[in-house]
Each structure stands twice: as C-alpha cells, then as structure tokens.
Design a protein around this ligand. Sequence first.
Ligand SMILES: [Cu+2]
Length: 162
Amino acid sequence: MRFLHTPLTSTKAITIYLLCLFQPAISLATENALIITNAWIQEAPPNTKIMAGYMSLTNNSNEPVTIRSITSQSFGKIEPHRTLHKDGIAKMVSLKKLTVPEQGSITFKPGSYHLMMFSPEKPLLSGDTVTVSFQLDNHPAINQRFLVRREPAIAEKKDHHH
Ligand SMILES: [Cu+2]
C-alpha cells in the first residue's frame, strides 16, 4: 500500500486506488468460520511498546474453531491474553491457542480476554485502522480491520463485572 502515498496523476491511478479501498469489503462477503465484530485497539501514549486490542469472536458453525496465530504488519508480535482475577489480584495469562466453541462466542474487553499487541511499527492514534490476520486451524485466514479508539464505547463502560 506504500504507492498510495505517491501523487496520483491520472484518472487510471485514482481508479486503482478506489479498487484497493473496496477490496476489504469484497473479502467480507465470503463466509468465514469465525465472525469478528467490534474490533478496536486502545490508543496509547506515543512511543508505547505494547497496545491492547479488543473484539468479539462468534462461531456460528457446528464445529469448534481454533485460532492458531495472530499477526499484523503493523505490530512485531500479537498474543491473545486473558486476565484472571484471584484473591483480588489480576494476573495475565498468555494463551497459546484460542478455541471458540461451536455456536459460541468470546468477548475480548478490558479486564478479560485481550490482544497484547507488541512493538507497533508507528504511533497509532485514535481514528487509525490496522489490519490483523487470524490464522485458523482447518479454515482460511481472516483479515480483520481494527479501529484505534481512545476509550471503550459507552455501552462497554456501562457494564460492570466483578
Ligand atoms: Cu496481556
């Protein structure tokens, strides 16, 4: 996508540019084993080395779906984590594999499941988007756009879990 930053001089170039923009919409039309919604990354101070990502995973199929690995050109490394609370102490556990049960869902949100996103390639600010690839067992990979946001949506801030 680096060519997007070069000046566009002809109508042809603009057409190609538009085709690139619509590409993600086309791939969304194909049926995925796993549906990812509400994908976002919490904005962090510039030069931060670790960011946190959240999303909802839904498996509408009749088989469990396992995420083998998660990668992005915008980050050095991405790991699914889960925060567990025991005796008033929050502890982060790195999950090697993540399986979404058949007809089940997993919600990633602050204080629970989250993506630990290491070494951003460049500072990411509210409104930026990055593409994250999910490699699955026995299914094609999913490329999902994540939106950088300053804080959780109002709806998420309202629910309290203890
Ligand atoms: Cu973590």
